[in-house]
Write a protein that binds this ligand. Structure first.
Ligand code: FRU
Length: 822
């Protein structure tokens, strides 16, 4: 039985091959024809294929026969005619390798294909039939094509259609349109180029056009090819763009056919029906197809140049590696592969800091959440550990925390102590079909190496709440019980428990306080001393989700106030908003539990991304990193008590070489310039801005990428401009300039900047104002330039430290995927 049969033209493409000694243009004879190319691509990958077509009884006809045969295509349905010659096409390539055609086909043998040539029995028993519109330009080939398509439809065979419009071959564009409509009426899979889509639907909007076609013709899968940009797909409720591959293009002939051959191969290999394919499966199939399409363009011709599975997989792998490693942070935590979001379960225990995180181990996009896990002795170097928590019968594992149950209040540790994770189980309520979020426990008796889910899960449910998640738990000595702070859509709730297993509501806060630009998420609550005053205040951290109307996307606010063991009381007026970070990429940050009292620090880490574009960032096979861990403090200002933050002192061990300057005058035409040849940097500067001129720190790559960190003394505004920072086009709001107000105390501004391969963190005045941003430079940053656009400024002091990476070269990162033990 055959996998795929194609019906349609097979011909000779004459492609330009330089000039002869006499100065005449030469052509190379390349077997081609779209349907023939598609089956050749499939055969190259291992499918059993045949072509139904006609060639002339001439040299070219025999050449096509031989080439198809040697590509593994069954040629018993490629018949010969002595009435006309084999069809020929002269290809003209422009500078970019793009082609146009002149056909020698008035008529050509392929149009002589007759309905009686169609092997109905073989079509009936194959898995897929592929057809195009070229075989419908003239009779009798048009009837032959329609006979094959109708037979396939009647037999439940998968139908794949590529209109492949060549206007010069049609009597009129109207005739072309009508025949393409006919073809689309029967297609399960439609592969169409951007130009063809716009001709047929009249719109240049790929998403709209493909939706129109899918609905009008009831097509299960529409794939729009976008040349080097990759492709767009729409399949039922799923749709998306799949990025293309960069290659040195020599000849684009056959790119679309190779793409389609590869896609059909993957679809048939999967064996599930198109409706059952997931987004992830679609993306992986289309990535394979994009790579196949790209590879064929690196060689001349098409039919004989189809890539093998090994070549395609190698291309995907090397591209992933390159992309993944180019932006892999040198000193920020990043997952070994695939997706990460919020930090979870931060706890210090038995000499180790644990960092769990929201993880989708099968994809670089958000999906069914697991808890990834890493461990560190110093908050700087991380060792990846196996996944800690897997989804189970109660759902996926959303964000949460860990505590040390020192006194075995839960009874889970047999007279000893151990780790308890308290997290949100997320699933769908079977009664209401609405999302359901309930709180559950897991525990570990071996320092977090293996985890057991508590048998009585979930331990806390509120049937009326849809958003009810991200519990953060701590021991409250004054009331001698555990306190849980958790968010419920627009407010925080407080629950108390003596054993971590049973919880009761003690208070609520916030439905009319602070920012409600997005849903409340990831709370934290702790007390901190205020300066050296001997006073303490409580800090309530609340992250707020993305809202399409807010350019800032998802971000984090905090409240200062009192907590009496039951509820939180805000010190500030309800309308006051305090932002934790004024950059775009610090979200869902929470603090470590159980850091010993002798240490006494409150250390926070955030997810260094933003829900606005988190799923689109260009990092390749891994996605989502963490901020530097930061020590939090409270300080008293005229406007009240505020939170300050600085990277933990352990980060200082990364310094390698340091350079320092004093009293440097920077004028409009005399910038400060330093080549660093190193892209991991820490920069400390104290700048005298009394002249009122704007100061700009430019971090530049050898290409055009630059990140500007600036301060405008007149507006008292500190900013990051990442609009020219390199790769920004994955989201329209990524390339932007944004900042925060800060007054330079006594006309001096202190800046402390950490630059990594994927990010920049800017701390002003000892962390009074912080900006954290992702960046994706086109090439490594290698130069620091400090300039002013008018007058002059003085750099009282400046230090540039080059930093070492936290990865050992040759690190191998293994992540084991399995399930939790019972
Ligand atoms: C915050 C968040 C949490 C949720 C988790 C899911 O970024 O939306 O509220 O628990 O991510 O991954």
């Amino acid at each position: 039985m055959l996998d795929v049969i194609a019906i349609g033209e097979v011909l000779i493409d004459f492609t330009p091959a330089g000039r002869s000694a006499g100065g005449n243009e030469q052509f190379e004879c390349n077997p081609g024809g779209a349907p023939a190319n598609v089956v050749a691509a499939l055969s190259r990958l291992g499918s059993r294929t045949a072509l139904i077509s006609k060639v002339g009884e001439d040299q070219f006809g025999s050449l096509l026969h031989r080439t198809l045969q040697s590509s593994g295509v069954d040629v018993s349905e490629v018949s010969f005619t002595n009435e006309v010659s084999t069809t020929l096409a002269f290809v003209h390539l422009d500078d970019k390798g793009d082609r146009s055609f002149s056909f020698i086909r008035k008529p050509g043998a392929d149009t002589f294909l007759d309905p009686t040539d169609v092997p109905l029995d073989r079509i009936e028993s194959c898995k897929a039939l592929h057809y195009g519109s070229l075989s419908m330009t003239h009779e009798p080939a048009r009837s032959a094509t329609r006979t094959a398509v109708l037979k396939a439809k009647e037999s439940g065979v998968l139908l794949s259609f590529d209109p492949n419009i060549r206007f010069s071959l049609w009597e009129s564009t109207e005739e072309a349109r009508q025949n393409i409509y006919w073809g689309m009426n029967y297609a399960d899979i439609l592969k169409i180029s951007e130009e063809e889509l716009s001709f047929i639907t009249g719109t240049n909007d790929v998403e709209k056009g493909s939706m129109e076609l899918a609905q009008q013709f009831d097509i299960k899968l529409v794939v729009v090819t976008l040349a080097e940009k990759g492709c767009y797909y729409r399949m039922g409720g799923l749709d998306g763009y799949v990025q293309g591959f960069e290659v040195n293009v020599i000849d684009t002939t056959g790119a679309g056919d190779a793409f389609l051959g590869c896609l059909l191969y993957k679809i048939l290999e999967n064996e599930s029906s198109l409706h059952d394919l997931t987004d992830q499966q679609m993306i992986s199939m289309l990535t394979f197809a994009n790579a196949g399409g790209a590879l064929v363009t690196t060689r001349k011709g098409a039919l004989g140049s189809m890539p093998t599975t090994e070549e395609i997989n190698q291309k995907i792998e090397s591209d992933h590696q390159n992309n993944a490693e180019r932006f892999r942070p040198g000193f920020h935590f990043s997952p070994p592969s695939n997706w990460a979001n919020d930090p979870n379960g931060l706890v210090y225990y038995e000499g180790r800091y644990h960092l769990f995180y929201q993880n989708h181990p099968y994809s670089n996009k958000w999906g069914p959440m697991h808890w990834g896990h890493a461990v560190s002795k110093d908050l700087v170097h991380w060792e990846h550990a196996p996944i800690a928590l897997f989804p189970d019968e109660h759902g996926a594992i959303f964000s949460g925390c860990c505590v040390v149950d020192w006194k075995n209040s839960s009874g889970l540790f047999e007279d000893s102590h151990g780790l308890v994770a308290i997290f949100t189980h997320a699933d769908i309520n079977p009664v209401t079909s609405q999302p359901r979020q309930r709180q559950s426990l897991a525990y570990s008796r071996d320092n977090g190496q293996t985890w057991h889910k508590y048998k009585g899960n979930p331990v806390l449910a509120e049937d009326d709440l849809i958003d009810f998640r991200d519990p953060k738990v701590f021991w409250h000595p004054q009331s001698e019980r555990w306190v849980m702070v958790i968010v419920a859509g627009d407010h925080a709730r407080f629950y108390g428990s003596t054993n971590l297993l049973e919880w009761s509501l003690t208070g609520e806060f916030g439905s009319s306080d602070g920012s409600h630009d997005g849903v409340w998420e990831c709370p934290d609550l702790f007390s901190l001393p205020v300066d050296e005053t001997g006073l303490s205040k409580w800090v309530l951290i609340i992250s707020i989700g993305d809202h399409p109307d807010c350019p800032e996307g998802s971000r984090t606010q905090y409240f200062i106030g009192e907590f009496d063991g039951n509820t939180f009381v805000n010190d500030n007026p309800a309308e006051n908003i305090l932002w934790l970070d004024h950059g775009r990429d610090n979200y869902a940050g929470v603090t470590w539990s159980d850091i010993p009292e002798q240490d006494g620090r409150r250390v926070m880490i955030g997810w260094m991304s933003n829900w606005k574009y988190a799923n689109e960032t260009p990092t390749g096979s891994w996605r989502g990193a963490m901020t530097l861990p930061r020590t939090l403090s409270l300080t008293s200002m005229d406007e009240g008590v505020v939170l300050t933050q600085m990277p933990v002192r352990e980060v200082a061990q990364l310094r390698k070489d340091s350079m320092s300057w004093q009293a440097v005058t920077v004028a409009r035409d005399v910038p400060f310039l330093q080549q660093t040849n190193m892209d991991l940097l820490e920069i400390e500067a104290e700048i005298d801005v009394r002249s009122g001129s704007e100061v700009q720190v430019h971090l530049k790559s050898s290409t055009q990428s630059e990140i500007i960190i600036g301060y405008d003394p007149t507006e008292q505004w500190l900013f990051i401009d990442r609009s020219k920072s390199g790769v920004t086009d994955f989201h329209s709001q990524f390339g932007c300039k944004h900042g925060a107000g800060i007054a330079a105390a006594n006309g001096r501004l202190k800046l402390h900047i950490w630059l990594d391969r994927n990010s920049v963190e800017v701390y002003a005045d000892q962390g009074l104002v912080v900006l954290t941003d992702q960046i994706f430079p086109d090439a490594p940053i290698e130069k620091v330039e400090i300039s002013t656009n008018s007058g002059q400024i003085i750099l009282n002091s400046l230090q540039i430290h080059t930093l070492g990476s936290i990865h050992n070269s040759g690190d191998t990162i293994a992540q084991t995927v399995g399930r939790n033990e019972a």
